[in-house]
Write a protein that binds this ligand. Structure first.
Ligand code: GLV
Ligand code: MN
Ligand code: MN
Ligand code: MN
Length: 411
């Protein structure tokens, strides 16, 4: 595939939602998101693909088979579609590629298959899943979780963004129908395989031969909201022994999370925090922090969490504060379909097979349909930040690899 084709399509979405930081503010159901959705619709129309929006706000562009053929009558989905795609939304000031690269590559792959004269024997679809990052409403992979029934729609409707707007309100404001969200088993049954192409989020491929890798597994991970409650008081006149300062317990908790993760062999991050009343000259009344923990297996994840909880509870006792922890999302370990993974890696000339500690819609879908992921080399290794990078050559190679996989599975 020629890099010019990638660049031309990429240039169309690159400015949408870009902030002065060089990062992106592409949150679900905001102006930027609606512009990206419109772009997706235009791309589908331009190619004569059938456009669809499901009840959960996920978008599809379908290249239907002229005449459906049964490829493998013993397969669980003999007529099922091969779906590719990813997400448009970003974390606050996230990189350009995380998500959109998988969608753009889907359109380029279909273009390449058509120029090569390929004909699908089963439908090939491109999906854009909504709110994959949880960057606005807190729960990652919300669109795919809703579709697969992994989150209660009542809970989803009531999720709030940092301004207190609920998902239901945001969907209504964007002209979508929140009353309809929820499991969509019939749609899921029509999918025979899902292939998500994604920017690599580390440097496993840097310096190597291959611009593309295949994912083996996703580390189990989750997000917890931790609320520290104390007593607000004057910053000058309250004697140190009289204070019940939740900021102290919070500070201890950040260090404890790191220590427990290091000892057990996982990672833990506190990247978001809010203090009330957030005044320079007052002791805080509450501090709310979001804890993100990931580990190579479930046992290590539980070890980190239980160590964290007991150390922080003990510390709160000494500080005269209270601490409460609630899970916002939990994502079990994912082992991608072994047959599909091997088939894809072999097709791509023995591409490296690597695990990841990042979450994806592919992880959610893998509990229901055979799923594989392709990673495109990232020379900086940075992700969820403006420094995320990929060369046009590698992006074009990624789209060509995706085209080869779609052809193998569907044509
Ligand atoms: C999603 O990209 C995540 O891993 O947080
Ligand atoms: Mn991400
Ligand atoms: Mn992503
Ligand atoms: Mn005063």
């Amino acid at each position: 595939m020629d890099t010019g084709e990638f660049r031309r399509l990429w240039n169309e979405i690159e400015p949408i939602g870009r902030a002065d930081s060089g990062g992106y503010l592409r949150f679900s159901w905001t102006e930027a998101d609606l512009e990206l959705r419109q772009w997706f619709h235009t791309q589908a129309k331009r190619r004569g693909l059938r456009y669809e929006e499901d009840r959960n706000g996920n978008l599809y562009a379908w290249w239907d088979a002229a005449k459906e053929q049964v490829i493998d009558p013993d397969a669980p989905h003999p007529h099922g579609a091969v779906l590719t795609g990813s997400h448009f939304d970003s974390v606050p000031h996230g990189g350009a590629y995380d998500g959109p690269l998988g969608i753009v590559s889907g359109f380029l792959a279909i273009d390449a298959l058509r120029s090569a004269g390929a004909e699908p024997k089963r439908p090939i679809g491109i999906a854009a899943f909504t709110e994959e990052e949880g960057g606005r409403f807190g729960v990652p992979c919300l669109g795919s979780r809703l579709m697969t029934g992994a989150i209660d729609p009542e809970r989803a409707r009531a999720l709030t963004d940092p301004d207190g707007t609920t998902l239901a309100e945001a969907m209504n404001a964007a002209g979508a129908e929140p009353d309809l969200i929820g499991p969509d088993p019939e749609r899921l049954q029509r999918i025979a395989a899902f292939i998500e192409l994604h920017i690599e989020q580390g440097r496993a491929l840097d310096g190597g031969e291959s611009p593309v890798a295949v994912a083996s597994a996703i580390w189990p991970h989750g997000r917890w909201r931790v609320t520290f409650t104390g007593v607000a008081d004057h910053a000058g006149t309250t004697r140190l022994p009289d204070r019940r300062d939740p900021m102290l317990t919070f500070a201890f908790a950040v260090l404890a999370a790191r220590k427990e993760a290091r000892l057990a062999g996982g990672v833990a991050t506190v990247g978001r925090v809010e203090a009330e009343p957030n005044a320079t000259n007052a002791i805080a009344s509450t501090v709310t922090a979001w804890l993100d923990v990931r580990a190579p297996d479930e046992a290590v994840l539980s070890e980190i969490l239980s160590g964290f909880e007991s150390k922080v509870t003990e510390r709160a006792g000494r500080d005269g504060t209270e601490v409460a922890m609630s899970a916002e999302s939990e994502s079990p370990i994912v082992e991608f379909d072994a047959d599909l993974r091997e088939r894809v890696a072999e097709l791509l000339g023995g591409a490296p097979v690597v695990p990841t500690a990042a979450g994806h819609d592919a992880g959610v879908l893998s509990a229901h349909v055979p799923t594989a992921m392709l990673f495109v080399r990232n020379p900086t290794g940075v992700s969820h930040a403006p420094g995320e990078a990929a060369s046009d050559e590698d992006c074009a190679a990624g789209a060509a690899a995706l085209a080869a996989v779609l052809r193998d599975l569907a044509c």
